[in-house]
Design a protein around this ligand. Sequence first.
Ligand SMILES: Cc1cc2nc3c(=O)[nH]c(=O)nc-3n(C[C@H](O)[C@H](O)[C@H](O)COP(=O)(O)O)c2cc1C
Length: 383
Amino acid sequence: MIEPREHLRLDVGGLLSGRDALASETRIVALAPHLGVEVEIDADEAAALLRVGETPWLPLAALAARVSLDVAERLLAKGLLIGDGEAHAALRERDAAIRDAHWRPLSAVAHYFSRWRDSGLDEDARFTRHRPIASLVDECGLPPPHLTERTPREQRRRLPAMRESMLDELFERRVTCRNFDTTEPLAEADFSDVLKRVLGCLAVVEVMPGVVGLKKSYPSGGGLHPLEPYVLVQRVDGVETGLYHYHASDHALEPLSMLTAEAAARFAKVMVGGQGFFAEAPVHIVLAARFERTFWKYRNHPKAYRAIVLEAGHVSQNLYLAATDLRLGAYVTAAINEIDIEQALGLDPLRESPIVVCGFGARTRRERTMFEFDPLGKVWPEG
Ligand SMILES: Cc1cc2nc3c(=O)[nH]c(=O)nc-3n(C[C@H](O)[C@H](O)[C@H](O)COP(=O)(O)O)c2cc1C
């Protein structure tokens, strides 16, 4: 993908002489997931890329008929053109990984270039939890209305009052937890029940030789269940602190690396973008998508990536409910350091990469220190 990226700056000279106070400069950025980093290019290089196809190999003479060799050399050096020589072996492997996984280019770019490494929300004053709403309104104005109203009130067809259900109490007690108990470990039975209920298989069905369907408690696009749970155990009774993969049909933990309590706490904080109040949860679950599993059926498909992201939302809601049912707290966050997580888990991001991180555990019984949105007073009855 080639992105013309505008950079604005205040032009004081222009301002003083009555001209436009904003000066803009446009740079051209190539976003190529096989390279892993953005690459700045010039207009000649961008034009040359448009004249070179992306699939059949071009002999040098044919390439020279389309673009100047000088520009082609620069694009080869930047890895935006790929050669058949030894020097480009690694790039060819990366390029093949994207093609073999049947990524839709827009989706590949959106996923690959929205990943973070070593980022912290605390460092970004715009998003800190300590920022008063009034200061946000000062900067951004009022938010769009809290509801959409498409007709005048008298035209609304009223619906019957909701009948009671056993789900109501559960839903009302579902509150994002930001006050985890750091003193008591989570009981192994609670840990195990939540994993099984939310992530385990209810049935495993061999549809035909080599094709196995999994039945789980949440829906999955194409029934392919591409999400793999990786579990960081910080404090669970009888379970060693460390990183595990959850085996959904065996209902078992596959140990990946054992960690000291300090290393686990450090990594938890990195995972959740520096949000210490989430990092304190005794258990964290990374939902990583095996893209090639979904793209096996939905090849180069405009909706496939969206379906995977939606699926992660289903899992996290089920996790909230299963934890709430056991009187535990839960959280979910998309503010995650995907690249650090991939490295710790040994994932190749073109094939498998984190979508979301969630976690659960007991709430502190001591004083609440961080805000939770509980207007019904179901979790914090004192208001
Ligand atoms: C996809 C997603 C990402 C979220 N990320 C964060 C986050 O990074 N930090 C945070 O404190 N809360 C996060 N939340 C929780 C929301 O802030 C919370 O759901 C919202 O304030 C409503 O509160 P409730 O969940 O208690 O009803 C996230 C929620 C969702 C669905």
